[in-house]
Write a protein that binds this ligand. Sequence first.
Ligand SMILES: C[S@@+](CC[C@H](N)C(=O)[O-])C[C@H]1O[C@@H](n2cnc3c(N)ncnc32)[C@H](O)[C@@H]1O
Length: 323
Amino acid sequence: MKVAGSSISVFNQVYRSSIRLYSASTAQNALKNTSITAEEMSHFNALASSWWDVEGPQRILHKMNLLRMDFIHSTIRDHLKLNKPGTPIEDEIYIPPYGIDLLPKEIKTRIVAEQESRRNEILKKSSLKALDVGCGGGILSESLARLPFIGSVKGIDLSNEVLEAAKMHRKKDPFFTSMHPKKLQYELTAIEDLSKGENYDIITMFEMLEHVTYPAKVLEEALSRVKVGGWVFISTINRDFISWFTTIFMGEHVLRIVPVGTHNLEKYIDQTEIKDWIEKDHETPKSFKVMKSSGCIYLPAYGWKFTSNPDVGNYFMAIQRQS
Ligand SMILES: C[S@@+](CC[C@H](N)C(=O)[O-])C[C@H]1O[C@@H](n2cnc3c(N)ncnc32)[C@H](O)[C@@H]1O
């Protein structure tokens, strides 16, 4: 059951109006398309001081962190190019042209071990540049920055208060203060105000698009800043009855695990809307591909769990730049 705008793509509607606004704002130096409303801003400001309380109002984000780190890590790992052009034939890793499960067990085990070892080698030499958009108090930014194959993370947000909470927390960890003092930086800026030519291997936008007025504009800014072969990872919420029931009715009003007023059903975006926009309607549709979408659900006695259906409730998505 679709709750709002089932036959019209709200995402596309929003996108079109953002284009209209964009021209107007450029002329008048007025509204920014990627800005946050005063209401959303005061909501997040109020949460800043308790952001890192793992049992506090943001506990649902803390609990989500392991699942999203798994999603990001496994997607990057699974899509590494194991044989770069020019690799001598004797150094090439064998990639069977058919399902590996059809091979005898011993051969399969050997192939998988070789592939895993090549993945480890590639990641060991990697130093990827990441941007965490709408980073809040830095729950995901910090975890990303701890990954050995990540060279640097920049977390950006429009709320000064949440960024202060992020900086305070960073100060408490010797990994960031003495071992890697430059690896994690925070900046109060809108994505569109990052300098032109500032490009990234990984851009993350978790639990953020459902809070912005023009999600497609924000997404477009992200796509324009990702390097070829790089990734944009997002998480947001389908606009359906299940989402309303789990995130608003149960989450906010019954179980009270999320502060009341955090979510607004009309701002939710179906994963098919994003997929269609990226792969069909976007200006350069062939340049980007949705490589993976996974549904996920919060179960109170368990935590976050992947589901088999990304079209219902919350979901994670991995978009890769192809050219
Ligand atoms: C629910 S929190 C998610 C924080 C973080 N991404 C996480 O998952 O741990 C949403 C954050 O997005 C920020 N935000 C909302 N609209 C934004 C925008 N247009 N540009 C940058 N940040 C924004 C808010 O200030 C808030 O910190």
